[in-house]
Write a protein of this length. Sequence first.
Length: 136
Amino acid sequence: MITRIDHLGIAVKSLDETVPYYEKALGLKCEHREEVPSQKVRTAFFSAGEVHIELLEPTSPDSAVAKFLEKNPAGGVHHIAFATTDIAEQLKQASGAGVKLIHEVPIEGAHSKMVAFLHPKSTYGVLTELCAPKAH
Ligand code: CMX
């Protein structure tokens, strides 16, 4: 079951350039920075109430975020992430509804979470992430 919007992923060319905008112009606090090698990104997280903002800077030209920036040089909203109580069940539901899965099984994402993405071509243009805390 989807419980809330966990975060919005925003593609940026440079964290160092963009973080000050969120801090100084919006007054948000950068709470966490992390490199996610599997996704070839460096991330910076902010809280806006219950929802987080995840800035994504590519670490390689073949990263998904680098490709997005090639098409959208100014950057912008890259994905929306929903928190779910059960990713596997959520993937089954989406797949059953005809959605193309990018990940058939969850992978490890930032912030000690398990994540899986749905393809934007079958979600009306919105790259959609499902996420849940890693089971310990
Ligand atoms: N939102 C909406 N549409 C998108 C998109 C996005 N973020 N990224 C690509 N697309 C669109 C493209 O514009 C393209 O549309 P057209 O065919 O109309 O031009 C289509 O999807 C296919 O794009 P593509 O360039 O052929 O494919 P890519 O190689 O860029 O791959 C995608 C696209 C979604 C499969 C890939 O980005 C992916 O696997 N994403 C999931 C993983 C990810 O995004 N990781 C980074 C974040 C990690 C994190 O949060 O930690």
